[in-house]
Ligand binder design. Structure first.
Ligand code: APR
Length: 387
């Protein structure tokens, strides 16, 4: 008996899809390249937007997935050290997001899927897809080196940007769009008291941010120029000095830095998000900058649309499946535009005074024009597409 759906990848996209299909009574097997502890421990930021939260609520998974996750409240934006608070949930008509670190979400989704009798195979090596335009098959080798083959009705490529799914699509069947924002972030995790609210600071010395990581730690971000400097070479004292200047807080207490990373901001979209009977979801199809925290939410939204479409198709109506790529690309480009808009507003423009003035006008509009504040909050809370 062929499996209904083989899902490649157990990140937020693959695990959301697996749980939603399981709830719909659709058979699926999840193949994950890494072992369980790697998947569960991989640290990434996480804000689940309001729309993402509703997906789990409507699937009856709120108790298992969302329990105890604090609701988002204010966002603090500082301009040249001057604080401005934005009540994002109030502006969005009460649609608050939740603070859910990605690894916690992944751990909970994994537990929920396994508790429901789900079939999740870790350490699946050499995953390959075959005959995607006729009768799909997925092959892989298990940890002991034995090769397995799964025949299926559909394949879901949820294996991230570096996965095998997108790379298996013939080049002339895909159009890809890439954009380098020319902005780097140096991010450090430190044993330093968290801020009251998520904090982003804008000014001529460059962007900086501080977010809570539990009750005694913070993650900090500092804009840098890729190619021109390597912030990992900065002594910690210099990092703290820069943070104090950019956050406009000379009294910011320092602390032991426990992790240092750099992120270069790039965006990517592959079109269409489908080839034959394989459908791409999440980072396999698109990468977005962290501004606006939409990466994980896009992955979850794709999975939600795909779960509904696959369920209908397996019950005999493939209309939604044919629309899957178009529907998800609309949201993807909408979020890409938002993320770029946000990126331009908060990053320094290398001394270009005209662009700096434009960014300031954009910032001011958020606080002086109610409709602009509502539009911002609407994007932050997540957009439900009307199809
Ligand atoms: N075979 C099987 N599994 C694979 C393969 C492969 N060839 N390649 C990658 N994987 C697995 C990875 O080990 C990972 O667990 O696919 C999973 C992909 O997960 P993510 O990269 O987290 O992608 P996605 O589920 O789309 O979630 C996107 O994660 O990268 C962040 O910021 C991004 O928040 C966004 C979210």
């Amino acid at each position: 008996m062929p499996t209904d759906v083989v899902i490649i990848g157990a990140g937020p996209a693959g695990l959301t899809l697996a749980n939603l299909l399981q709830r719909n009574g659709i058979g699926c097997v999840v193949l994950e390249a890494r072992d369980r502890s790697y998947v569960e421990e991989r640290q990434r930021a996480g804000v689940l937007d309001h729309y993402g939260g509703r997906i789990f609520e409507e699937a009856g998974l709120a108790g298992q997935v969302l329990a105890g996750a604090p609701l988002e409240t204010f966002l603090e934006l500082r301009y040249d050290g001057e604080p401005h608070l934005l009540d994002v949930p109030a502006l969005a008509g009460g649609r608050a997001g939740r603070i859910v670190p990605q690894q916690l979400l992944v751990r909970r989704l994994l537990a929920a899927f396994l508790a429901g009798g789900g079939d999740l195979r870790f350490e699946a090596g050499d995953v390959a897809v075959h005959d995607l335009t006729s009768s799909p098959r997925v092959t892989y080798t298990d940890a002991s080196g034995t090769t397995h083959e799964l025949a299926c009705s559909y394949v879901a490529g949820c294996d991230g940007f570096h996965g095998v799914s997108r790379r298996s699509i013939p080049e002339d069947e895909l159009t890809t769009y890439t954009f380098d924002h020319g902005i780097g972030w140096y991010t450090v995790l430190a044993d330093a008291p968290p801020p009251r609210h998520p904090l982003m600071a804008i000014g001529r010395h460059g962007f900086a941010a501080q977010f809570a990581r539990g009750t005694a730690a913070s993650r900090f971000y500092l804009q840098y120029k890729p190619g021109a400097e390597d912030p990992r070479a900065w002594p910690d004292a210099e990092t703290w000095d820069k943070l104090r200047v950019r956050l406009g807080d000379p009294d910011l207490p320092g602390g032991v830095i426990t992790d240092r990373e750099i992120v270069e901001m790039r965006s990517f979209v592959a079109e269409p998000m489908a080839y034959g009977k394989m459908f791409l979801a999440g980072d396999a199809a698109h990468i977005i900058t962290p501004m606006g925290a939409k990466g994980m939410n896009l992955a979850i939204a794709d999975a939600h649309v795909l779960a509904g479409a696959l369920t209908s198709a397996l019950r005999g109506d493939d209309t939604a499946l044919r629309d899957y790529s178009d529907v998800c690309l609309r949201r993807t480009w909408d979020y890409q535009e938002f993320s770029r808009w946000f990126t331009e507003m908060v990053h320094d423009t290398e001394g270009d005074p005209f662009r700096r003035k434009l960014a300031k006008a954009r910032f001011d509009r958020l606080f002086t024009n109610h409709a602009a504040g509502v539009a911002f909050a609407d994007m932050m809370s997540g957009v439900e597409l009307v199809t």
